[in-house]
Design a protein around this ligand. Structure first.
Ligand SMILES: [Zn+2]
Ligand SMILES: [Zn+2]
Length: 332
């Protein structure tokens, strides 16, 4: 039973949100976009990837996320950037939020403190074009992606994107379907979701085949839902699911980012109508779904999930759960 107070709060939030935009146009776009996303999903029947190769060693070092091993030294924010080392290939997965549009950004400052340099990075992988993954609001507005507000030499490295975005110092490559990026390293291709305010959102996840273990999924925000991301993995690979690391968007009891008093993540990014919320039951369903696949490592990003959801995952997966913290490397 919802309390009268929370209903009043939601009504106030809705009034604020829709004050500047015609709700009817948004609603029509939402209904159409949801149908289109389902049609795209139904039409996406990809064959098995076959032999994509495998890596022997895989580590994931969070450079940006909400929690940090030591907040005095390494900054946290409600964005994502992970350094992935897969044998000889080093990938920078997403570029953080850079909330105050600083230069150097929190990402650059954390990289320096962790001794990570752009010279050692082979490619950038952008999960989706939201501000907390492409380096901030300015970039989202301008269709750019950047690790900081000032110039950073990216050595014209390839940047794999689910939608067209620009950075003059890199070589952007739009991924439209499942693609091998390096031996054992696969983009599973974008899966779209229509979001009420944020609109059409294709998101790609990374799948890394680790020799003798299975496939490790690295996920940005998880907008397509874990069910669809894993369905795509099962469409592409015969190997078992070994790990799930990253964002799944479960802001049930709270939102990391609050704008003008609005719990942004509980309203934006859910794929639901603005008055609907992700529930504890949704989280339990997702956990049960994942549990049946028997992953050996699960690490949920705190950047778009609340502490209640983190605790639910931790309880369910026990020893197999790892906290995802800036500065703590996850070794597969
Ligand atoms: Zn997002
Ligand atoms: Zn996100």
């Amino acid at each position: 039973m919802k309390s009268a107070q929370s209903q009043v709060r939601r009504a106030a939030e809705l009034a604020l949100l829709t004050a500047a935009i015609p709700p009817l146009a948004l609603s029509a776009r939402f209904v159409q976009g949801r149908k289109r996303a389902e049609a795209v999903w139904e039409a996406s029947r990809f064959p098995k990837m076959g032999d994509v190769g495998a890596v022997k060693n895989l580590t994931i070092l969070p450079l940006i996320d909400w929690y940090s091993v030591d907040p005095d030294v390494l900054e946290g924010e409600s964005g994502v950037s992970y350094l992935i080392r897969a044998d000889d290939t080093t990938i920078l997965f997403d570029l953080g939020l850079n909330k105050n549009q600083e230069h150097p950004s929190p990402l650059l400052r954390n990289m320096e403190r962790l001794g990570v340099n752009f010279n050692e990075i082979d490619m950038i992988f952008i999960s989706h074009a939201h501000l907390d993954h492409i380096g901030g609001m300015e970039n989202a507005r301008e269709g750019l992606f950047a690790p900081s507000a000032g110039y950073v030499d990216l050595h014209q490295m390839p940047a794999y994107l689910p939608t067209p975005l620009v950075n003059p110092a890199a070589t952007p490559i739009v991924i439209e379907e499942p693609t091998v990026l390096a031996p054992g390293i696969v983009s599973m291709g974008p899966i779209p979701r229509q979001l009420f305010f944020l609109g059409w959102t294709p998101e790609q996840s990374l799948a890394i085949h680790v020799e003798g273990k299975g496939v490790v999924l690295i996920i940005g925000c998880g907008h397509p839902t874990i069910q669809k991301i894993i369905a795509r993995k099962e469409m592409l690979f015969d190997e078992p699911l070994y790990g799930v690391i990253g964002g799944l968007h479960y802001p049930v009891t709270g939102s990391r980012s609050v704008r003008h008093g609005i719990p942004a993540q509980q309203i934006f990014g859910t794929g639901l109508w603005p008055w609907q919320r992700i529930t504890k039951a949704d989280v339990h369903r997702a956990i049960a779904f994942l549990y049946r696949r028997d992953p050996k490592i699960v690490a949920l990003s705190p950047h778009d999930s609340c502490d209640w959801s983190l605790a639910a995952f931790r309880t369910a997966f026990g020893q197999r759960y790892q906290d995802l913290l800036v500065g703590r490397e996850i070794t597969i």
